[in-house]
Design a protein around this ligand. Structure first.
Ligand SMILES: [Fe+2]
Length: 303
């Protein structure tokens, strides 16, 4: 199904056109903002230079005062001319879908791509198993604990689970980012796409989209895309997120290796009878795609 969508030439052409429009809009937006930012120190230099000249002889004539006042007024007008991104969007007549893409691109922080020597189903089990956040990521998440599952909703092709997490250590550096107790969402969108949505503060979130695709029986491709509406300087946030993503993947490698060594079919069977809250979403995956026929289709469907 996904393959057909991607290979439809009309849809791909349309998407490419939309992408190039969004790229152009982003470029214009960045160009205008850069010019505007460069203008500020230039105006300040001009005002300071003119003021020093004016007061050098200790006398302020009405003409000098008028020149200085005009320069300051021009500077204030320049500040008022700060480029408005929404205005640029409407000037380029972006349709709602393109506007959404524009907003999404603005929030997109980092992308990472890996080819990992483990079966795709191991990655799925890993991503949908909440318990591993406490154990495998004990170091990077600094003693994060799962308090309870607050919500579970199966969907036609996946499911949503919400769970409360607590930072169990008083000296936890993550407390700079977030409240001690927050509700995290984990969403199985499709058999290949999983979203982890983490609140940070003031309703701002960090959203991680994992996409796992089987390549062979023993390896898969993993794409990690992180989005955020945090008002932090983007380059700083990008460095932090790249580091955090690499660290968590590094922690996951031995765990994935262990999973690859175990019989994944057994994990499937066990999950069917399991009432373990931390693997509810994996149980949903197994219900939908867990029979050997369906699993084979998932793997074949990607080739
Ligand atoms: Fe992990």
């Amino acid at each position: 199904m996904f393959k057909n969508l991607v290979e439809n030439p009309e849809i791909s052409e349309n998407n490419e056109q939309q992408d190039s429009t969004v790229e152009l809009t982003l470029f214009i937006s960045k160009f205008k903002t850069t010019i505007w930012l460069l203008g500020i120190p230039t105006w300040i230099y001009g005002i300071v230079d003119q003021s020093l000249d004016t007061f050098a002889d200790g006398y302020l004539s009405s003409l000098e005062f008028f020149h200085l006042l005009t320069t300051v007024l021009f500077f204030l007008s320049w500040l008022y001319l700060k480029p408005d991104i929404k205005d640029q969007q409407s000037q380029l007549n972006l349709c709602p879908m393109q506007s959404n893409k524009f907003a999404l691109k603005k929030r997109h922080m980092i992308s990472q791509e890996y080819i990992l020597p483990f079966p795709y189903l191991c990655q799925i089990y890993h991503l949908l198993n909440l318990k591993h956040l406490e154990t495998v990521h004990n170091f990077s998440l600094n003693n994060l604990k799962i308090l309870n599952i607050s919500h579970f909703q199966p969907t036609n092709i996946g499911g949503i689970i919400k769970f409360q997490t607590i930072l169990d250590s008083p000296a936890n550096p993550l407390r700079i980012w977030r409240k001690p107790i927050v509700e995290v969402d984990l969403i199985l969108h499709t058999p290949y796409t999983i979203e982890l949505s983490i609140p940070v503060y003031n309703k701002k979130r960090i959203i991680v989209i994992f996409q796992a695709f089987p390549l062979t029986d023993k390896e898969h491709q993993l794409f990690i895309d992180i989005y955020s509406d945090l008002n932090w300087p983007k380059p700083l946030l990008q460095i932090l997120l790249h580091f955090a993503s690499c660290l968590t993947l590094f922690e996951d490698l031995p765990y994935l290796r262990n999973l690859a060594d175990t019989n994944i079919e057994r994990l499937f069977k066990l999950s069917k009878f399991s009432n373990n809250a931390s693997t509810l979403l994996f149980k949903r995956f197994v219900e939908l795609y867990g029979t050997s026929g369906n699993t084979a289709k998932l793997i074949e469907g990607n080739h």
